[in-house]
Design a binder for this molecule. Structure first.
Ligand code: GDP
Length: 331
């Protein structure tokens, strides 16, 4: 059991930008223990006035495209050239790698990891996409309270995690590889449509091919309907490895912020995200609270037996289970 002063102490240390406190606070919000949840909500409540001030950038692309290499260069650039404090978070529910080694090990982002103004946190492992995304969202609030003003959220561009990650960020960057002839293969159209900027990576290997891919992607983007925020995504090319072209990406982020602040989309997007998360949280809490009750547990066990004994079909058993919950509410 944590001391009653735990929240106040952790919050004060967080506001001072203490990285150890930030790490501990994230562990608290990732905890699945019920008593930790109450504390986590209390801590997050204290963070509300300090939340929302950063730029949240989603970075996606297929495995091997160079996301971590890019993030290392980009993070260093933002810290050294723009005096930013940069936090790197990952949404990677598919990862089987153990905690602490996804982004933090020696082979990934080792230079960024040791910078005082950088904070790198791997994704919570062994969790569902919803669970990882919720804790990432809460981690963003904690990082903002600790003074981080750019949050980079890395996700693998293959599954459906982008749709969820989109709900966490202000700006969505898609890293792309180029290949002869099949430029538009390998990445889903929906993900391209979501992107606010495309970055053709590894241009150091073959400038000509990278340029022609950039042209093709640019043409492809023109075929998409214009976005409601009046933003036209650009296709850039460069190299995460040599830190080439990353300044142009930052220019795009700043330009995007300026444009969408002027046309009110920045705020509207954050509000729409808040609504989305409200639905997400309420669904989750509903399930969590109901499945914790004895009524649920007992009835579920009985219905499983009914199926086993061929008394009920799956549909009938599920309906009976829900009916028992509804009638327990009426009591
Ligand atoms: P991730 O899976 O998307 O995070 O990709 P990584 O950052 O781990 O990079 C995958 C491989 O591509 C590594 O061997 C990197 O060294 C290499 N790589 C990443 N960026 C570049 C680049 O800009 N140019 C070149 N030539 N190689 C790169």
């Amino acid at each position: 059991m944590k001391s009653p002063f735990y929240i106040v102490e952790t919050f004060d240390a967080l506001k001072q930008g203490n990285k150890a406190a930030l790490g501990k606070a994230i562990t608290l919000i990732e905890s699945t223990k019920y008593e930790d949840k109450e504390m986590a909500y209390a801590l997050l409540g204290k963070c509300v006035p300090y939340t929302g001030k950063s730029i949240r950038i989603g970075v996606t692309g297929v495995p091997g495209v160079g996301k971590s290499t890019f993030i290392e260069s980009f993070g260093k650039y933002l810290i050294e050239e723009h005096g930013k404090k940069v936090a790197v978070l990952a949404v990677d529910p598919s990862s089987q790698r153990s905690r602490g080694s996804i982004l933090g090990d020696k082979t990934r982002m080792n230079e960024l990891a040791v910078m005082p103004n950088a904070f790198i946190r791997p994704s919570a492992s062994g969790n569902s996409l919803g669970g990882v995304a919720r804790s990432t969202r809460e981690t963003i609030s904690l990082c903002e309270t600790a003074g981080y003003d750019v949050i980079l959220i890395e996700t693998v561009g293959v599954g459906q995690s982008e749709t969820t990650v989109k709900q966490l960020c202000d700006f969505f960057l898609l890293l792309m590889l180029y290949g002869a002839g099949d430029e538009l293969q390998g990445i889903k159209r929906g993900i391209m449509e979501m992107a606010d900027c495309l970055f053709i990576n590894k241009a150091d290997q073959n400038e000509l091919l990278a340029k022609s891919a950039a042209k093709e992607y640019s043409n492809a983007l023109h075929l998409f309907p214009p976005k409601e925020n009046n933003w036209y995504p650009k296709v850039l090319l460069g190299s995460g490895l040599n830190a080439r072209g990353i300044n142009k990406v930052w220019e795009q982020v700043e330009e995007y912020k300026k444009t969408t602040e002027e046309n009110q989309h920045w705020k509207a997007n954050r509000k729409a995200q808040e609504q989305w998360w409200f639905k997400e949280y309420s669904k989750h809490m509903l399930i969590e609270n109901i499945t914790r009750t004895e009524t649920w547990k007992e009835n579920k066990a009985d219905r499983i037996k009914d199926i086993e004994e061929e008394k009920l079909t799956a549909l009938e058993a599920a309906k009976a289970l829900l009916d028992s919950i509804s009638s327990s509410f009426k009591k």
